[in-house]
Design a protein around this ligand. Structure first.
Ligand SMILES: Cc1ncc(COP(=O)(O)O)c(C=O)c1O
Length: 363
């Protein structure tokens, strides 16, 4: 990326490292960003081609509402979900904003389980909501389902379940989520953030789609930023019951998703081969890292995402700063309430090997 803005971006992105790299010490030719769980395979070539063509027409307004896109999603789900059941927006984060704008009011409570995706807190609080944290249970980072149920009051609006969870990579299984849903009062809505679902390989993983189809008060969250490799375009969607969908779709903004992003997302959905190849890359890379960590005696948490969290063998902020000097950016868990841990995106072979070479030289 040669545009000057990208250089500025990499410099700014280091703010997440919590410690700056050593000035004037950048010993690398290729920079590997393994800190944001992107797809190192890049976007689908089909999506890229469509975006390149669509960019020639960006002087025009195109998609007034997202109904064309919602129809595409409905087809993708073989008609099991209808158009109005989707909440489509500029990114998963914007879907979360729409959900909170519609469903959080001053004084309402939302339950989250930390360490988890950090923007939830801010988005809930901006709408006047109160965050109730029922942390994941160490050392496995499993869900405290009883703790969540006990924390429910008549003010509880929503429970946020991030499955698989970011940054831990751990997951709640079907029996756990069934138990949660069976015991929650009817008015409590579950925001089921499943943005990493393509990378799941566990047989007992509970998919949001099944709960929505069964009419449960669940809002699934998906994004085009992960497996589809379109993080820079910002497209995401929620899916839910017709009633919740109709209500949330009242939060409307004309031309919300831009032309380029809409057509790229459309093509990305159709490119099954790219999805498969990306899954294979991650599943292969994850096994490779497991073996490496085990051989080096480093604790890691088995993951269902395209990233793996491990215990840093040296102070985590020192590790991330030193790795940055060598052109490898990984994320300290300190950002997420998991101090001393590192979250590493599973990349392609070149990236994984570069990570390991630098990492093993530092520990
Ligand atoms: C758990 C989780 N939810 C939601 C998102 C939002 O993704 P985006 O806003 O890029 O669609 C992310 C991004 O990293 C995430 O990790």
């Amino acid at each position: 990326m040669s545009h000057p803005l990208f250089k500025a971006h990499i410099e700014r992105a280091t703010r997440f490292q919590l410690r700056k790299p050593t000035p004037n010490k950048q010993n690398w030719d290729t920079f590997y960003k393994l800190s944001s769980n992107e797809n190192l395979m890049g976007p689908s070539p089909r999506a890229l081609k469509a975006a390149q063509e669509a960019i020639l027409g960006i002087h025009e307004y195109d998609f007034y509402d997202d109904f064309e896109f919602q129809d595409v999603l409905s087809d993708y789900y073989k008609g099991e979900l209808k158009s109005g059941q989707f909440i489509t927006a500029n990114s998963g984060v914007e879907v979360l904003e729409i959900i909170c704008r519609g469903l959080v009011s001053v004084g309402s409570e939302c339950i989250i389980s930390s360490p988890t995706f950090s923007p939830y807190k801010n988005i809930i609080e901006l709408e006047g909501g109160k965050v109730i944290d029922i942390p994941l249970v160490e050392p496995d980072y499993s869900w405290d389902i009883d703790g969540i149920l006990n924390a429910v009051t008549d003010k509880t609006a929503m429970v946020f379940i991030t499955n698989p969870n970011n940054p831990t990579g751990t997951y709640a299984n079907k029996a756990e989520i069934d138990r949660l849903l069976d015991n929650l009062p009817e008015q409590v809505i579950v925001v089921y953030d499943e943005v990493y679902y393509h990378f799941v390989d566990a047989d007992d993983f509970p998919y949001a789609l099944d709960y929505v189809k069964a009419g449960r008060p669940v809002i699934g969250l998906h994004t085009f930023s992960k497996i589809y490799g379109l993080a820079g375009l910002r497209v995401g969607y929620g899916f839910t019951t017709p009633e919740i969908g109709e209500y949330l779709n009242k939060i409307f903004r004309p031309f919300r998703i831009d032309t380029v992003s809409t057509v790229a997302a459309y093509e990305a959905l159709k490119d099954v081969e790219h999805v498969k190849a990306s899954q294979e890359m991650v599943w292969k890379g994850k096994k490779w890292f497991y073996q490496k960590f085990e051989a080096a005696g480093i604790k890691y948490w088995p993951t269902q995402g395209n990233f793996v969290m491990f215990e840093s063998p040296i102070p985590s902020l020192e590790l991330t700063a030193k790795m940055l000097d060598e052109g490898v950016m990984v994320r300290p868990g300190d950002n997420f309430g998991a101090p001393g841990k590192i979250r590493l995106t599973i990349g392609n072979e070149a990236a994984n090997e570069r990570f390991w070479t630098v990492f093993s030289g530092l520990i």
